[in-house]
Design a protein around this ligand. Structure first.
Ligand code: B12
Ligand code: SF4
Length: 511
């Protein structure tokens, strides 16, 4: 472990010398999933980095804390800045924090193993919706000191203090005192009972400034904004409810602060703006930004907030996720349009009623059709999110869906049904191996194939190869939104390579 001495940190007691602990957060390279991830940051790491710093600040205010150092953090998005060179980039680093979605997991485990091999004393923490649900697998295939389940803002600071204060052999005794973590003791994985769910704005502002390679020459294509954690629904293929345990809105004023932060980032050139109208894109990452009308309390609260956002989003081109039934709520549609909500990612999934019932989607195809048309009339650009390979699909019905969905949406996303941890599909659908044969018991799943572009479980209708062909035929009929982001990202890269400054971005203006 390296600990460099630093000048006394601001606010420390006179005479107390604080050291700096170096922390690297890494989001591993994806195995070819959506291009939005390359062009726009994912925010988990941004909140965790801010949480570590907040932890130190709170300690200064008198909260109990055993350590006497400050945290210097760097956030490494491999999709944006390339692969971390473990030997070079982790030199002098005390703590490595790794996240990962399902297709990023092989790289996540590889990073943990390599870091341990080259720096035996480094501390390594893992988390996110995959590792948090499968700590046994993470411990077996990666080399972690601790895995955090569910959200991490409340625990990352105290946990980092402990990991860096004790020799590794003494850690199990200390880690037992934390809720919602997993670690290895005497060769066995120990998982402690969950902690309490935290406030969704436990950290108010994400830490963009620690992102490696975020400059006016290489800005984000859009900012991200979180106003809610969790979802009011419970679709069978989705992991959100298990991961976030309920729908929780962040504070009204916190939303405003986050909007102001995005404005500052855009004016510093760290989020690109359109040369045509000067606006910059903001992706509201909430699973359901406007809640469904039946969730009356949340829906009304969102309506009030829409009014409160007036004047705070003037230079933003906003994008959010919603259910189609938003089309039945004229007041909300009008409000969202008036604050610059331009693009909606709509959970369409299927146009087959039996499929929708099978996945507990609580929507009906005829209604979805008219809702999407109504949203178009309000002036929204619809991005229809679809899933194929559902129980009642056939090749023919899938192609028919492609033809229909283009009439009610300008862009689309497409995924073949993919089992996710902690969902019913995980244990129900027999997993396939890399070559499409049934996975032998005990073998790790070929996660790099879990990009939604093929079936990764046994299905008597399609082999893995056939499902890849089906995916290509289906998406060839669509206008995938992904390709829009790919064009934007390519422009950023070209401009950066040519050493040019701000990006005259016309692509979003054409949306
Ligand atoms: C927005 C979003 C997208 C956008 C992303 C745009 C962007 N740049 O943000 C788009 C549409 C591109 C997308 C794509 C995909 N997504 Co997505 N996405 C989401 C969504 C709705 C929000 C993500 C988010 O911002 N969450 C909020 C942050 C704060 O949460 P977080 O990152 O999980 O981090 C917290 C904790 O998990 C924990 N934590 C995380 N990492 C670590 C690490 C350490 C060390 C610690 C201590 C803690 C910790 O602490 C964090 C703070 O509390 C989530 C659902 C959700 N609500 O999370 C799905 C979700 C993450 N996506 C999911 C999936 C499957 C995908 C795809 C693979 C789909 C596909 N087949 O293509 C792709 C993958 C993209 C890729 N890598 O190539 C799954 C992940 C399941 C899994 N086990 O991996 C989720 C959970 C939804 C679901 N269906 O269940 N996605
Ligand atoms: S509405 Fe979306 S986020 Fe909510 S459970 Fe269904 S798929 Fe998941």
């Amino acid at each position: 472990m390296t600990t460099r001495r630093a000048a006394p940190a601001k606010g420390t007691r006179k005479g107390t010398i604080r050291m700096i602990k170096h922390v690297v957060f890494v989001q591993p390279k994806s195995a070819g999933g959506n291009f939005e991830y390359v062009a726009i940051p994912r925010q988990g790491m941004l909140f965790l980095s801010a949480a570590l710093k907040q932890h130190v600040e709170r300690a200064k205010e008198g909260a109990t804390r055993i350590a006497n150092w400050v945290y210097d953090t760097r956030i490494w998005f491999e999709d944006k800045v390339g692969r971390l060179d473990v030997e070079k980039d982790l030199k002098g680093v005390d703590l490595l924090c790794i996240t990962g979605l399902i297709n990023e997991i092989p790289r996540a485990y590889e990073l943990a193993r390599k870091a341990r091999e080259l720096f035996p004393d480094i501390r390594i923490m893992g988390g996110g919706p995959h590792m948090g649900m499968l700590p046994d697998e993470a411990m077996k295939h990666g080399d972690f000191d601790a895995i955090v389940k569910h959200e991490g803002e409340d625990v990352i600071g105290p946990l980092a203090d402990v990991l860096l204060s004790f020799p590794r052999r003494e850690l199990p005794g200390e880690l037992k005192k934390f809720g919602g973590v997993a670690f290895v003791e005497d060769g066995q994985v120990v998982t402690t009972p969950n902690r309490r769910t935290i406030k969704s704005d436990y950290v108010e502002l994400p830490d963009y400034h620690s992102v490696v390679g975020l400059t006016p020459q290489t800005p984000w294509a859009a900012g991200v904004l979180e106003t809610v954690r969790g979802c009011t629904e419970n679709c069978s293929y989705c992991e959100v409810i298990q991961q976030f345990l309920g729908y929780r809105m962040v504070g009204r004023e916190v939303e405003w602060k986050r909007l102001e932060q995005l404005q500052r980032l855009a004016s510093d050139g760290l989020i690109m703006s359109s040369a045509q109208d000067g606006r910059f894109a903001v992706f509201v990452t909430d699973d359901l930004h406007p809640p469904p009308s039946r969730a009356v309390k949340f829906r009304n609260e969102r309506m009030e907030r829409v009014k409160g956002w007036k004047g705070r989003t003037d230079d933003m081109f906003m994008i959010c996720q919603t259910r189609a039934e938003l089309g039945q709520d004229p007041e909300m549609c009008e409000g969202l349009r008036s604050l610059g909500m331009e693009m909606l990612y709509v959970g369409v999934e299927s146009n087959n009623a039996e499929n929708l019932a099978a996945v507990r989607k609580r929507q009906e195809p005829g209604q979805v059709d008219s809702d999407l048309r109504s949203l178009q009339q309000w002036g929204f650009t619809n991005v229809a999110m679809t899933i194929i390979g559902l129980p009642h699909d056939t090749d023919e019905k899938i192609m028919e869906m492609a033809d229909w969905v283009k009439t009610v949406s300008k862009y689309q996303t497409a995924n073949l049904l993919t089992p996710l941890p902690a969902t019913i599909n995980w244990d129900l659908l027999p997993p396939l191996d890399d070559d499409g044969s049934l996975l032998p018991p005990g073998k790790i799943r070929p996660y790099e194939k879990y990009t939604g572009q093929r079936l990764v479980h046994y299905d008597k209708r399609w082999t893995m190869q056939e499902s890849e062909d089906l995916y290509i035929r289906y998406t060839d009929r669509l206008r995938p939104v992904d390709r829009l982001y790919q064009r934007i990202f390519q422009r950023i890269r070209n401009r950066a390579e040519q050493g040019e400054g701000a990006i005259p971005q016309k692509v979003l203006a054409t949306v």
